[in-house]
Design a protein. Structure first.
Length: 468
């Protein structure tokens, strides 16, 4: 009996040793002891994550840093489940990912493709038309902006954004589909969904945590409609009661409060995966001229500008702003010749060098009256790009859009726009699209309008609940 027991014990020890040897061999054949790469054709093992969190590379430098959330401006709340991008339908996305992928895309682009990516255009109607389809398929434009007449209902808007992205499906870079959605009197959301209050009312609550929740709810709503860029928040300080264009679009009269509220809204949009474009740099609050009609002039010295107008932008940049809209206004303290949107001193020196902004610079609409005195629109667009802008917005007029494209092509042909300039701009644009342009995963064919409306109502009600 003892010999049989010893034999059984030897067999057990031998089996354990063989099992250990097999496990060691398996680990030697696969990296880090994981399943062999390539066994599953659909596996992402060993590959970059192609669906990154919308918390992103805030400084566009390649260092994937998340906002800490514990700064003075931040709400201090970690994104919850309800702050995630809305579920969307569709197949594989054409979203680029990572520096290596960005370099691959850039190296494969023709000059015409690169020039097209520098342009955001408006369109006519509630459905994609032939002119817009041609701009997408043939000119490879960077994206579109939708205005009130383009947005009628949730279902119509989702169908429109879906069709725009489908027209772009052969392009490795998805389209920006943007809106001006500030709340209050500047809102593009369908009436049935509702809108946020004006910034002045939001700022009056002095509750950045609430503002951040509103931003997240707004971003989720935009994403459900296929919109991936919002020209908001407004960081202008409301310092002139005669201002015809800002007023209640500002979060208030105090630069610190404007910064805190604007940053909270920006962070909420970011949580929901929507690009937030802070505006109107370098500050449109203390002007008495509407730049849609004429050229505003801001006569303050640099000390005042840094204390008031520039302060919210400086803090937003420090907190992760990665897209800035530059206004059409004259700042004689820095440049008495060109408006901000066309000025190398204001974009290149002030915004990029002095304030350290490394993200995407977008012009205000080049069809506005303030630009008319600076030559043809094509010439002005080229000047904006030379000054340091990355994207030129041409919101109205198919013929004007074609003129801008022709001017960009001519500027490249004569060496005014160089390969190095295009590469710098495209790297910033691609990096921003990697973070936010999730399209290719289409919005639902028939979004639940009531659910979208309830999301905004629920976010608004969190303030009342906190007060109670």
């Amino acid at each position: 009996m003892k010999r049989r027991s010893n034999a059984r014990l030897c067999i057990i020890v031998l089996m354990i040793a063989m099992a250990a040897l097999c496990a060691a061999c398996t680990r030697a054949e696969t990296p880090d002891g994981n399943a062999p790469i390539g066994d599953d054709p659909g596996s992402n093992a060993g590959q970059p994550d192609t669906n990154p969190s919308p918390v992103h590379d805030n400084n566009q430098s390649g260092n994937m840093e998340e906002p800490t959330g514990n700064t003075e401006e931040s709400s201090g709340e970690a994104p919850g489940d309800d702050a995630q991008p809305p579920a969307q339908e569709g197949g594989a996305t054409n979203q680029p990912h990572g520096e290596a992928e960005a370099d691959r895309i850039l190296s494969a682009m023709q000059v015409e493709d690169k020039l097209g990516q520098l342009l955001l255009v408006g369109m006519e109607g509630e459905q994609m038309n032939e002119q817009t389809a041609a701009m997408i398929r043939e000119e490879h434009i960077g994206g579109l902006i939708l205005y009130g007449p383009n947005v009628v209902s949730a279902a119509q808007t989702a169908a429109l954004t879906r069709s725009l992205q489908e027209a772009n499906q052969d392009n490795p870079l998805p389209l920006w589909i943007s809106v001006d959605e500030e709340g209050g009197r500047v809102s593009r959301l369908p009436d049935a969904i509702g809108k946020l209050p004006a910034a002045r009312e939001i700022g009056g609550a002095e509750d950045p945590a609430w503002t951040r929740r509103l931003g997240a709810a707004l971003g989720q709503t935009l994403g459900a409609l296929g919109l991936n860029m919002d020209f908001a928040p407004v960081l202008d300080v409301d310092s002139n009661p005669d201002n015809p264009v800002i007023g209640d679009r500002s979060y208030g009269t105090d630069p610190d409060e404007v910064a805190a509220q604007g940053i909270a809204m920006m962070e909420g949009l970011h949580e929901a995966g929507v690009a937030a474009v802070v505006k109107h740099f370098p500050g449109h609050g203390d002007t008495a001229t509407d730049s849609h009609l004429g050229l505003p002039v801001l006569t303050h010295d640099m000390d005042r500008l840094r204390r008031v107008e520039l302060a919210p932008f400086a803090r937003a940049i420090a907190q992760g702003a990665d897209a800035v809209m530059v206004a059409h206004l004259l700042l004689p303290a820095l440049d008495d010749t060109y408006p901000s949107s066309l000025s190398p001193r204001i974009i290149g020196e002030l915004l990029r060098e002095d304030m350290g902004f490394e993200g995407v610079v977008i012009t205000d609409d080049m069809t506005m009256g303030a630009i008319g005195q600076y030559g043809e629109i094509g010439e002005a667009a080229v000047q904006a790009l030379i000054a340091g802008a990355d994207l030129v917005l041409v919101g109205h007029g198919a013929e004007l859009q074609r003129q801008v494209l022709a001017a960009l092509e001519q500027a490249y042909a004569d060496g005014t726009l160089t390969d190095a300039m295009l590469e710098d701009k495209l790297k910033r644009i691609i990096a921003l699209k990697q973070n936010y342009a999730r399209t290719g995963v289409a919005p639902a064919a028939d979004p639940d309008t009531e659910a979208l409306a309830e999301r905004l109502r629920a976010a608004l009600a969190t303030r009342d609940a906190a007060v109670d």
